[in-house]
Design a protein around this ligand. Sequence first.
Ligand SMILES: [Zn+2]
Length: 112
Amino acid sequence: MKSEVSCKQNILYQNQNGYVIKCKECNHFKVAFGTFCITQTVPEFFEFMVKIYKIRESYKNQNICPEYKCIEVPTPLRNMSWIFNMNDINNLVELLEQACKKIEIEKNFCNN
Ligand SMILES: [Zn+2]
């Protein structure tokens, strides 16, 4: 990833919770959500998405209060994790899914 200034950033999706950006040159993704921001390669981005899905699945049937911050999401730092509630994780999934849809649309457009 080059410096922020030199990156040709393409906003895939954004809403009040955050945004997903893809650099047209180095292909890195940047996910900003709430108070965190993470820069990822393409495989890392999709791995992250799968991880978030799995974490959400594991809490789905636990009947927890949607406001209760009990969902721990590991970060690349061993001694640090994010803490979400059910609303947060649903919002993060929405952000990632909308960004993926945009990628699909672009892919189809480029192939035609
Ligand atoms: Zn870049």
